[in-house]
Design a protein around this ligand. Structure first.
Ligand code: AMP
Length: 372
């Protein structure tokens, strides 16, 4: 689950593209079942919002059919108004045809009613309505809607063809208007030894954020011989990752302990794509999001030296054995480094040169933190 910003507003994912796909399939199947096999229906898509739905629907319908579009805009901003503005209609002769109206969403039903009235006068054989989404709480018309994909609550949604002032139509899932995030949440990223811990300690003060290092939490638990510590120890000592389920639950607890925080610096988490997805979902449930992943980029050979050096004083058993250090890099390169792509795809990745003095690097990081 993700949070998207469109213009000045924030939206969170509420219906996944997989769910939409299955709704569209079911609708197409139902419509097909109810039509005689040799009937070639004329689908009428109501623009603009339905263009994505109509396109998927006719392909799922997968039988001879025609499609055309009418445009009757009734939306301004986020609230439905009763002023229907303009119809760009169809001019072809549709008398005697089975006409099936395709709507992306029906709320008050005003637009639909007007379109329905227009088609009713055209001497057609049968007129049916298919709507992908339907808001039962605000529907004010008597008109029967023959096929409804999914009934939803009366919240403003975007995605899958639906827009907010022009944006959001391209989103593959449905997103719902949500409150503005209050936190600044940053994933501090980079290979072992890149200096994440040192920098996080400095930056948390500067930005009044809570620093969560999953490595530190594990070490604390190992030291105190908790159940979690005993479980995690064997993975950590070998330089392997602790299983996702354990790590994700632990992270959630750490976040929930600090519910009033201005935000978090996540250090050492996420380390796998499943962790990144879990974090996105967890934050979206709180109407929060990751503002950015900031990555410290340092060449590997320099890092092995740094870690061995750190091992002389850190007391960390995984910092002293070069084989185990190499294995941590292997885990990083095979499981963690791909997260760069994950955040890049969200437009949220910021790479920073991690070679230099501590002060130099803090100031490079701060330049990015300031704008997130
Ligand atoms: P770190 O202090 O971040 O280098 O973490 C030390 C060790 O803790 C890692 O080598 C892993 O064994 C374990 N660990 C820390 N964070 C995670 C995570 N997000 N997922 C799985 N294992 C982790």
């Amino acid at each position: 689950m993700k949070i998207k910003k469109l213009h000045d507003l924030y939206f969170k994912e509420v219906i996944s593209k997989e769910e939409i796909n299955s709704i569209v399939k079911t609708l197409a199947y139902q419509v097909k079942q109810d039509l005689p096999e040799n009937e070639v229906p004329l689908f009428i898509g109501i623009l603009n919002g339905c263009f994505v739905f109509a396109s998927d629907f006719v392909r799922e319908f997968n039988r001879d059919s025609e499609i055309t579009f009418v445009k009757l805009a009734s939306y301004e901003g986020t609230s439905s108004t009763d002023t229907v503005k303009k119809l760009i209609g169809i001019n072809e002769d549709i008398s005697g045809r089975t006409v099936i109206i395709l709507e992306d969403i029906i709320d008050t039903g005003t637009t639909l009613q007007e379109i329905y009235e227009i088609f009713r006068t055209k001497n057609i054989k049968e007129l049916k309505i298919v709507s992908l989404f339907f808001k039962p709480d605000v529907y004010r018309k008597e008109l029967h809607i023959n096929y409804i994909g999914k009934s939803i609550e009366d919240k403003f949604i975007v995605g899958y063809g639906l827009d907010y002032n022009g944006l959001g139509r391209n989103l593959p899932a449905i997103y719902q208007l949500t409150t503005q995030p209050k936190m600044k949440n940053i994933v501090l990223f980079g290979p072992p030894g890149a200096g994440k811990g040192t920098q996080a300690t400095l930056l948390k003060e500067k930005y009044n954020l809570v620093h969560i290092s999953t490595g530190d939490v594990f070490r604390f638990n190992i030291k105190n011989q908790t159940e979690l510590g005993v479980l995690a120890k064997k993975y950590i000592d070998a330089g392997d990752l602790v299983p996702d389920e354990v790590t994700i639950n632990m992270l959630k607890q750490e976040v929930d302990k600090n519910a009033e925080a201005n935000g978090f610096i996540f250090d050492g988490f996420p380390r796998t794509e499943d962790q990144a997805k879990a974090l996105d979902e967890f934050l979206a449930e709180k109407n929060e999001r990751i503002n950015g992943m900031v990555a410290l980029e340092v060449p590997e050979d320099l890092l092995v030296e740094r870690i061995l050096d750190r091992g002389k004083t850190s007391g960390r058993s995984d910092d002293t054995d070069e084989d185990k250090i190499r294995n941590r890099f292997n885990e990083y390169n095979t499981k963690t480094a791909i997260l760069k792509d994950y955040y890049e795809a969200q437009g949220n990745f910021y790479g920073i040169d991690g070679v230099g003095t501590i002060e130099e690097i803090t100031s490079r990081l701060a330049t990015v933190f300031d704008k997130l």
